[in-house]
Design a binder for this molecule. Sequence first.
Ligand code: HEC
Length: 174
Amino acid sequence: MLLAALLALVYSPPAARAAANTPGLGKPISPSDLKAWDITVLPDGTGLPPGSGTAAQGAKLFDDKCALCHGQGAKGGIANMLIGNPSLTAHGIASNKTIANFWGQSTTLFDYIRRAMPWPAPRILSDDDVYALCAYLLAGNKLIPEDEPMNAQTLPKVKMPNRDNFIIKFPDRI
Ligand code: HEC
């Protein structure tokens, strides 16, 4: 009996062995559950949701939810300035990297704000709110006109000043 069981184990096909070796924890995730976590926006705008927002709407949201840390008018406070373009080389490697002087892709703004801000309560903003905050910060940095709404079509077209200054290590992979 024992020998038969041992032989069955030894001769079981690889797939069956692999399944038998798992700890048996967890369960497959459904596409609808996965959707809540699937929020990556790629540099070219792939993954941007529907919605839209203007700088004027973003200014109100910013006063309410962001100025506490990033300062009035996003000029900096206990957290980094989000509007402002200081020299990127004034203090060597310690120079202040900001959206205007450093960020390579405008679409990172949407991805980052939606997933991480406001710092104490990430994911509370609607997609319209996030577009409005992107418009406010981009207009404040003079990268778009004050009245241009940001949405899935307009945001990827905004060219960040530092975009072409990154050294791409593996250009064939992007
Ligand atoms: C309680 C403080 C706090 C609040 C409120 C807050 N932030 Fe932040 N924010 C931070 C901190 C701290 C960082 C740096 C996080 C890090 O480097 O990991 C940051 C980083 C950022 C960055 C990246 C800045 C850079 O130069 O890399 C952006 C953009 C940003 N916040 C936007 C917002 C927006 C928009 C809001 C309002 C919806 C907001 N934040 C509210 C604390 C805050």
